[in-house]
Design a protein around this ligand. Sequence first.
Ligand code: HMG
Ligand code: MG
Length: 303
Amino acid sequence: MSANDFVRIVEVGPRDGLQNEARHVPAATKIALIDRLSACGLSVVEATSFVSPKWVPQMADAAQVLGGIVRADGVLYPVLVPNDTGLSRALEAGVREIAVFTAASDAFNQRNINCDVDESLRRLAPVVARAKAEGLWVRGYVSTVLGCPYQGRVPLHDVVRVARALDAMGCAEISLGDTIGVGTAKKARQMLEACAAEVPMAQLAVHFHDTYGQALANVYACLEAGVRVVDSSVAGLGGCPYAQGASGNLASEDLVYLLHGLGLQTGVDLDALCDTARWINAELGREPVSKLARIAAERRFRG
Ligand code: HMG
Ligand code: MG
């Protein structure tokens, strides 16, 4: 298997998925979810957020959740960190990987992190520098790369500028987020290629919400362009509490089915992942939204 045949899935369900749940999810459920996901063979499980609990109450138990998980060998457990306070809390909890986040549009950033893009970059630079000095692995997110719920169209050069800034700060990986899932395949590929002209493709990841049902097509287009890191969320959980109209992420089990069908390796046990999707749906009292979680219940033939 060449490195080009392996796709690293960044499972964001416990963070991007659960942050948006209106009802409180017990820490024990979050811990069980993370442990189930690592047991499925996922090598990166974004575990929680050290953001302000006033802004995202669902993530207030971040330290408790991290303290309860069984850290599997070789698995990364990044956490979202918005500022220096968040970094201090993450370090206290023994975190080794963090993700900082901003967006390509001022309007979204104002609602999500209470400052514009330039100010967010100024604030994040010392946070990333401190994290790196502590030996942490740092990922950076750019949101609203294919559209903003408040501003509408987002110029490509704004996306590229922010990706470049996060790279210059020292982020090892930059995830390009279609926060509200409005993108389509051609635009997704163009956006990725524009960023890859400035930041090496090997450092880029794609992160598609599935609001308009385009996420898998977008992933396919981006795989053809060379990306090999893809974010997704078990059971298609998720949304952003500060992005009006955003639905869940691309479901991890649907993504794995596509990737394995293309002959790409993921290291993920698809049956175990489907079981996990059904389990978390039951815990949250909801019907499965992913195709695979629905079909797996019926044990139909899979190609
Ligand atoms: P602010 O209100 O401007 O900040 O929020 P502040 O510094 O004035 O702090 C307000 C209060 O929060 C203070 O408490 C701080 O101490 C406290 P008070 O003095 O009032 O008692 N505080 C904190 N407490 C714990 N941990 C912290 C922290 N920071 C401040 N880290 C801030 C600014 C950035 C903090 C806030 O806006 C925030 O936390 N936003 C996070 C929003 C969020 O988590 N959104 C979802 C994640 S992004 C996403 O989902 C997109 C993504 O998936 C990619 C995609 O799909 O595009 C990544
Ligand atoms: Mg997201």
